[in-house]
Structure formats: C-alpha cells, structure tokens
Design a protein around this ligand. Structure first.
Ligand SMILES: NC(=O)c1ccc[n+]([C@@H]2O[C@H](COP(=O)([O-])OP(=O)(O)OC[C@H]3O[C@@H](n4cnc5c(N)ncnc54)[C@H](OP(=O)(O)O)[C@@H]3O)[C@@H](O)[C@H]2O)c1
Length: 162
C-alpha cells in the first residue's frame, strides 16, 4: 500500500518558492497524526524547506546529488531505490509509506498510489508549485471531514474500471 498526502488549494497550488503558501496549524497536526511512525518519501527541496528530519518517522530523501548528506535521513538517487528501501522497512517494521511531495516527487509516484490524504485549502493564495491533475473518477471517497480552513478527503484508488 502506497499513500500520498498533500494539501492544495482549489487550483492544485501546493507551494510558493520553497514554502507552503498558507499557515494552517490544524492541517499540520493532521499531517503529523496521519504520518506518525510511517516512512516519508520526499524531494530534496521539500526536505530543505522543512529544514530537519521529521521526528518519529523514517525520512527518505530523493536527490540526484550523490554527495547530499544530513543526519537522520536516508538519501537515494533514484525513485526505484527509494521505494525499494521503503518497501523493505515497511515489511520488516510494519510501517506505512507516504509520498509527501513536492511536485516533482508527486509526479513520479502518482501512478503507483493506492490512497490519497487530501486537504483542500480554502481561499486564494499566491504560489508557483502545483500538484499534478488528479483523475478523481479513479478514486472513491472513504472519509470527508471539514476543518477550520480546509476540507479533508481520504481517497482510495478504485481496484477495477468496471
Ligand atoms: N502543500 C503540500 O502538501 C506540500 C507538500 C510538499 C511540498 N510542498 C511544497 O512544494 C515545494 C517543493 O516542491 P518542488 O517540486 O519544488 O521540489 P521537490 O519535489 O520537493 O524536490 C525536487 C528535487 O527532488 C530531486 N529529484 C526529483 N526527481 C528526481 C529523480 N528522478 N531522481 C532523484 N532525485 C530527484 C531533485 O533534487 P536535487 O536537485 O537535489 O537533485 C529535485 O530538485 C515547496 O514549496 C514545498 O513547500 C507542498
């Protein structure tokens, strides 16, 4: 099972330069609650925007830079390398794998994703980094909950096209 978690506005906006365009503490709490004890796969730019490994989670960073090092993270130079490593840990330690962005990394993994934790942020924001277009007909809504400032949807990929 491969999960993806993202917060985006109605125009699929997810980032402004190397930051999140909004500040919504409740969405950050939800992110922490959903991903705790899991394995996170993220791009090098997202890791640098967070600035540190996220605690209580295995932090897997994708970069083409073979010399990229930081305490508390596992670095891979290919998506397959990162995913194989994450799958091994997931099986061994019974942990969930989350693709957490940014746009490069969402684009790579979206075809493989089984479930999406989606926060749709209310309001208009300035930004320049976008989530790829999702074909919502391929997903069913398992849960929908309104929070202050955003709508959370838990989406599961349909297993057949019938
Ligand atoms: N709203 C949300 O839920 C959310 C979530 C995450 C991020 N964000 C935002 O998204 C923005 C960052 O996203 P981004 O798209 O600019 O960057 P990103 O996807 O986080 O990272 C891109 C980097 O990943 C590495 N990479 C990409 N493809 C690779 C491949 N095939 N093999 C190996 N490494 C590869 C490269 O690192 P190197 O350049 O080191 O080679 C590339 O520069 C920020 O604004 C962040 O705040 C928002």
């Amino acid at each position: 099972m491969l999960s993806l978690i993202v917060a985006m506005d109605k125009n699929n906006l997810i980032g402004y330069d190397n930051q999140i365009p909004w500040s919504i503490p409740e969405d950050l709490s939800l992110f922490k609650e959903i991903t705790s004890n899991g394995i996170l796969i993220m791009g090098r730019r997202t890791f640098e925007s967070i600035g540190r490994p996220l605690p209580n989670r295995v932090n897997v960073i994708l970069t083409k830079n073979k010399n990229f090092r930081h305490d508390g993270i596992f670095t891979f130079n290919t998506p397959d390398g990162a995913l194989n490593f994450a799958n091994q840990i997931s099986k061994k330690d019974n942990k969930k794998i989350f693709i957490i962005g940014g746009s490069f990394i969402y684009n790579i993994f979206l075809p493989l994703i089984d479930e999406i934790h989606l926060s749709i942020i209310e309001g208009d924001f300035k930004g320049n980094i976008f989530f790829p277009t999702i074909d919502f007909s391929k997903y069913s809504i398992l849960k929908s909950k309104h929070y202050n400032g955003f709508q959370y949807l838990h989406l599961i990929k349909n297993t057949c096209n019938c």
